[in-house]
Design a protein around this ligand. Sequence first.
Ligand code: NAD
Ligand code: IPM
Ligand code: MN
Length: 368
Amino acid sequence: SRVKKIAVLPGDGIGPEIVDEAVKVLRQVEEVFGYSFEFEFAMAGGGAIDRVGTPLPQSTLDLCKNSDAVLLGAVGGPQWDENPPDLRPEKALLGLRKGLGLYSNLRPVTLFEGMEKSSTLRPEVIAGVDLVVVRELTGGIYFGEKTRVKTEEGEVATDLLIYHEHEIERIVRLAFQIARGRSKRLTSVDKANVLESSRLWRSVVQRVAKEFPDVELEHMLVDNCAMQMVRRPAEFDVIVTENMFGDILSDEAAILTGSIGMLPSASLGEGSLGLYEPVHGSAPDIAGQGVANPSATILSAAMMLRHTFGYEEAAQSIENAVRTVLRRGHRTPDIALSGQMAVSTEEFGDRVAEELVHFEPTPSIPLE
Ligand code: NAD
Ligand code: IPM
Ligand code: MN
């Protein structure tokens, strides 16, 4: 259908502030490009626990299933940190990912022009960074059986790291395809020197690699990868890894772009439905102050236009607008240069939306 239905889950902490800016930019996309979006807001996370007693109400999951795409802010906060496992805000995210079958998580890490000085890393180290972390999202230690028992010697807890061959195969094949469309280099990250699940991972990667002889493959142990990521980050192109390694490495990679507030993500499955959210969390330490960087969420909206709707030009126009606004030095406190006045969350969103107007859509029917 022409009207695209977007489920919007602002969540907790800075979630509502950053989602507002992404929705603002999407409304501007409607104006500039003539697309139509229908936004439907719903509860998820801590707010949902407080109001209806569960982090992911069935009505929210149903809304997402019946939407074309989901835009999520962030969930979580200290007030729910002592809650039992099923009453934790993070359960909403895990339930959405599993419930919607979103097994692949794309986390592009791009250093925009002029952002070198906003990072705590040296400019010459991060120059040219443009990589993507392809994270497995519905398997591994996040979803394996968990136990906790009291024994005579104290409590014992376990988290099972489990992978089925087919779960590895589908994410690895996707990563090879993505690498084929980029600079044809893939780094598979594991801990095969210790973990059996990693040895299975590596053997599946080797098998799938035969279908992609044009892609240069390397295997790297996760501890070494964490180090190489800050030593020579520009040499990475596509990184594929299991759920928890991908979680940790992507937060590390965020600093290559200047701030965790810059990193968007797309979570995809077999169909076109996707969940789009920033890589960062609900940032309770800065919530409610209007200082959060909305770039990651705005760029996640761009990924939605690209991956779910196929609106490539509109996606690029958002990315260009963010790039331009940053280059002009309009930056939130996390990336503001010393001596420069930082802009607020809202002001940043306004500027990006204004900038969109300057990009004219190319007519799809060539004018003779
Ligand atoms: P966090 O990502 O929320 O914050 C880490 C640090 O980065 C904080 O200092 C924060 O102020 C800063 N930061 C994060 N996003 C920012 C932004 N957009 N602009 C400027 N600064 C930003 O991680 P945390 O503090 O470890 O976790 C806080 C809560 O968020 C926890 O409850 C956690 O479970 C949850 N969390 C949720 C998600 C999600 O919803 N996708 C992701 C990660 C963490
Ligand atoms: C992320 C977050 C989540 C994860 C948490 C909040 C469950 O850190 O999206 O990176 O670990 O996947
Ligand atoms: Mn994370």
